[in-house]
Design a protein around this ligand. Structure first.
Ligand SMILES: C[S@@+](CC[C@H](N)C(=O)[O-])C[C@H]1O[C@@H](n2cnc3c(N)ncnc32)[C@H](O)[C@@H]1O
Length: 215
């Protein structure tokens, strides 16, 4: 559906500038970070991709153990994993059902010098969540219950699908090992399953950032 060639290429030295800023502990704004993505993706960042500051906070929690494997459920163009991996050098993975977003996320990983195999092209319901220690969810299924600020029309939107996905996420989270960490931004759409304790609620951002640990 998208022909990336019609968008002007991001200058190579821009990726280096971003990498160097992270390496030197400098602040990178959302507009600066978003500019590494093609225009049609950076334009929807405000609604669809997590803010840099939110990602940094979540990464401090989720990647506290540097060996932790972290999964972004519905990873979009990869912003959470890209920022997380530049900041924490842990293993950030993403699963994304839209092929063009998966492709873009992998392409940008290479440009940033990150492992390009961080992303899976799949529906989150079809993959095994047990290899991961920590999870991040930015309200991934919300598009099924709203018509506003949609990414694209490549996914059929159904209210019933929203509720079905919430139940699947709850079942998957419930079955994970004790000590599993979850960060939600603007929730995941449902209530956390039994056994998860909220250890922090951060209200400084546009939406609530919540941290959970499985007991
Ligand atoms: C709000 S965006 C969040 C993107 C990214 N996690 C971030 O925080 O920047 C939600 C993403 O979830 C993806 N998504 C929705 N349902 C999904 C599913 N069932 N399996 C995999 N990805 C899904 C959408 O295509 C979209 O890219």
């Amino acid at each position: 559906m998208y022909n990336l060639k019609i968008f002007p290429a991001v200058p190579e030295d821009h990726f280096k500038t971003i990498k160097d800023k992270f390496a030197n502990g400098k602040i990178v704004s959302d507009s600066e970070f978003d500019s590494i993505y093609p225009k049609h993706l950076s334009e929807i960042s405000k609604y669809q991709w997590s803010p840099v500051e939110v990602i940094l906070e979540a990464a401090i929690f989720l990647a506290e153990d540097r060996n932790a494997k972290i999964l972004d459920v519905g990873s979009g163009c990869g912003k959470f994993c890209h920022v997380g991996a530049l900041f924490r050098k842990s293993e950030f993975y993403g699963v994304e059902e839209r092929f063009h977003l998966y492709e873009e996320a992998s392409r940008i990983s290479k440009k940033l010098g990150l492992n390009s195999n961080l992303f899976l092209h799949a529906n989150m319901k079809d993959i095994d969540w047990s290899p991961y220690d920590s999870f991040y969810l930015f309200n991934p299924f919300y598009e099924h219950i709203t018509n506003k600020n949609s990414i694209d029309e490549t996914i059929p939107k159904k209210v019933s699908q929203f509720f079905a996905y919430i139940e699947i996420v709850k079942r998957k989270l419930f079955s994970l090992k004790s000590g599993t960490k979850v960060a939600t931004y603007n929730s995941f759409g449902g209530k956390m399953p039994f056994g998860y304790k909220r250890v922090k609620l951060d209200k400084r951002f546009e939406s609530e950032l919540e941290f959970w640990v499985k007991e």
